[in-house]
Structures are given as C-alpha cells and as structure tokens.
Design a protein around this ligand. Sequence first.
Ligand code: SAM
Length: 253
Amino acid sequence: SGTLYIVATPIGNLDDASSRMRQVLAAVDCIACEDTRHSGRLLTHLGIRKPLVSLHEHNEAERVPGLIAALASGENVALVSDAGTPLLSDPGFPLVRSAVASGIPVCPVPGPNAAIAALSASGIAPEPFRFLGFPPRQPGARRRYFESLAEVEDTLIFYESIHRLAATLADLCQTLGAERSACVGRELTKRHEQLRHGDLAELADWAAHAPEARKGEAVIVVAGAPANDPDEVLQGEGARAINTDALLRALSE
Ligand code: SAM
C-alpha cells in the first residue's frame, strides 16, 4: 500500500515551510486538505501542483473510505490542514485511525503548532501540560468546564477564537483565580506577534481593553493549580490532631 503523510504547514510565517514538507507534498499522488482554496494558495507559493481532495469536519466521515481505498491501491496521500499540525483542533483523526486499523503506514512530517509554540515561549512550566483545544462556546458551559479544571496541576493550553478571547480570559480569572500566571500568544510567527505574560486578572483586563486583543489568532497558556502536598498536611494539622488524640487518651487512662 501507499503511505499516509501527516504534514504540518506554517501557522502564519511561510518561511516555516520546511524542505521536507515541500519534498513530501511534491512527491505524493494527492493532497487531502481542509480548504482547497486555502491550501491551493500555499501550494502555488511552493510551486507545487497536485490533485486536492477536501477533507473537513462536515465531510470527513464520507471521505475516509475513498482515501483508504486509494492508499490501499498504492497511492501516497498527504494530509494538511489550513495551518499547523493536522488533527490538533483540525480534521484528520478518523482518517489516521482508519489507516492505522487497516495497516497502512502513517508518517508524520512535523512542523509548526500554535500550542507548542506558545508553551515554549510562555515562561510557564512546560511539563506536564494538558492541551485542551477550544473550550465550550456557551458562557455557562464554559465556566462549568473551567471549574472542572480548577484543581488540575498541569499547565493548561487552550485555543480560542479572537472574538471570545476577552470573555474566556474573564471566565478563567473567575474560575481559576485572579493570581494564576498565564500567557497569551497572539499572531505567533507573524509580523505583529505578541506574547503577553501576566496573571489572569491582568490578562483579562488587557483583553477587555486593548484594541489589538480583538485581532488575529491567540493561544492561552495557564499555569496549573498549586500542588497540594498531602504529606505536608499530615505533618502539620494532621500530626497535631494525632498527638492531641494520644494525649487525651493518656489523660483519660
Ligand atoms: N492545527 C493548528 C495548530 O497546529 O496549531 C490549530 C488549528 S485551530 C483550528 C486554530 C486555532 O489555533 C486558533 O483559533 C488559535 O487559537 C490557534 N492559532 C493558530 N495559528 C495561530 C497563530 N499564528 N498565533 C496564535 N494562535 C494561533
């Protein structure tokens, strides 16, 4: 059979297109992409002409069998998304799962990813981290979701639509606490790239007032909850309670 290549593409800066990315896209028989016009522009920039097959969240289930059949017949297929690494808040998981189940080789061609780029420059503990993608859009559901994450000690990474950035930062501030450290990575790799560091109160205030916080694309990185060391509790309050118990027992004997 052929090979399915999972190819990361730039998240803004076309100079992030690697030579391996170009070689693979130039060599495959067809390219599955989210938006044929969008990927068509990238391929024109790279000087590559290939048959394109659209694969987006609304047609993915229908497209998978045809692509698997093409791969099984020996064709090499590349999967790209509009930007960054496919599957990460982008289409592709059903295709990869199906390829793996069918014994078709899957080869990653790694490259840009907004979450990892933001994490690497955030100044927030890089491990362990939890990549959460987009939070719920509805305010009520979003707040309940953030409340469910309040005790998580891992660094949290979210994608968010720029239209909801201010509302989401306000909700994070309310549910996780005003003093949690965080970082917003906006327009990463682009001309107006911005890494805004602060606690959630400062970032929520910035997002509510700064005109630039309404433009472009943004990733939110939030520090995890402070560790709750059970040993410390036992040595402090717990230890005192045990000793008091022993003392009371000794006194009553
Ligand atoms: N698969 C992509 C990746 O690997 O990063 C992410 C696709 S997801 C549909 C789009 C979201 O990623 C945006 O809403 C934003 O949160 C984030 N994003 C993408 N490009 C970005 C950039 N240049 N700067 C900041 N955030 C970006």
